[in-house]
Design a protein around this ligand. Structure first.
Ligand code: NI
Length: 275
């Protein structure tokens, strides 16, 4: 079993290896003199018993995390999420969402269940589940496209599987930016496009959380019948506001995250890495 520090570093290394924009932005922030603290780390899964949210959360619970929020419902995207937090508030929250497979077409359900059926018994036990990737036979481009037409999330899962979807920089801990738009301008100045769906900033001070994110980094991906470049992971920035009791809001807001999920829609930035 890994210590929490080792676990988070291992996850960051796996994520940064596939998503060079995250490493580059992280380094650019440090070069400005910032010490980057993560607000949360996000994972995706399906709401099927073999790969349920609780199995992804288990390594964190062993490191002292507790369930703190959810289920957050994302009606339009047909998914729900929970978040877990550590007593040490400098540790990132863990945000895990799951696609409600049963609410989709019979064809999508069949494709997704075929993927999960390929997983060996005990697959989701242990830390390795968190970076297992897509441990099934690659789907065809046609199958990926069918999934994409119904659910970008299902298509992303089929291609990338179980791994960090995004890390999120905690804006409040940055010292050289006065506002989130100022940080956004800095990111764009580095050459990375932001997800502008619903505006660059999702949320508002009224819901105590504002977030922006890059457009997902494009990744060259092997399908069963061809190689294609598709959106992979993105990097996110969160600014939290103080509640009336004087404490910083620590939850998540489903309405604004609905748009954040579109950061992996097929509009990705130009830079490419091998998967
Ligand atoms: Ni997030």
């Amino acid at each position: 079993m890994k210590t929490l520090t080792d676990l988070l570093e291992w996850l960051w290394n796996d994520y940064a290896a596939m998503n060079s924009q995250a490493g580059a932005i992280h380094r650019a922030l440090e070069a400005r003199g910032e010490k980057v603290i993560n607000d949360h780390v996000a994972f995706r899964t399906f709401d099927l018993p073999e790969v349920r949210i609780e199995a992804l959360a288990a390594p964190f619970l062993r490191c002292g995390y507790e369930l703190r929020g959810g289920p957050y419902l994302f009606k339009e995207k047909k998914l729900f999420a929970r978040h877990y937090a550590h007593p040490d508030t400098n540790k990132p929250k863990i945000f895990i969402s799951a696609l409600k497979v049963g609410e989709f077409s019979n064809e999508l359900q069949r494709i997704v269940r075929d993927l999960v059926t390929q997983l060996p018994a005990g697959f989701s036990d242990g830390d390795d589940f968190l970076i297992a990737g897509a441990p099934w036979q690659p789907v065809s481009w046609d199958t990926y496209s069918k999934l994409l037409a119904e659910s970008e999330y299902a298509a992303w899962m089929a291609a990338f599987g179980f791994r960090v979807n995004h890390f999120t920089v905690f804006f409040n801990a940055l010292t050289t930016f006065k506002t989130l738009p100022e940080l956004n301008t800095f990111i764009k100045g580095l050459g990375y496009a932001l997800n502008a769906s619903g505006g660059e900033i999702k949320g508002s001070p009224e819901v105590f959380l504002e977030q922006s994110s890059t457009l997902a980094h494009s990744v060259v991906t092997e399908f069963s019948d061809r190689t294609e470049t598709i959106p992979g992971c993105y990097y996110e920035f969160a600014k939290r506001y103080v509640l009336s009791d004087g404490k910083l809001f620590q939850g998540f807001v489903a309405e604004s995250a609905d748009k954040i999920f579109e950061s992996t829609d097929s509009l990705g930035s130009k830079d490419k890495d091998q998967k």
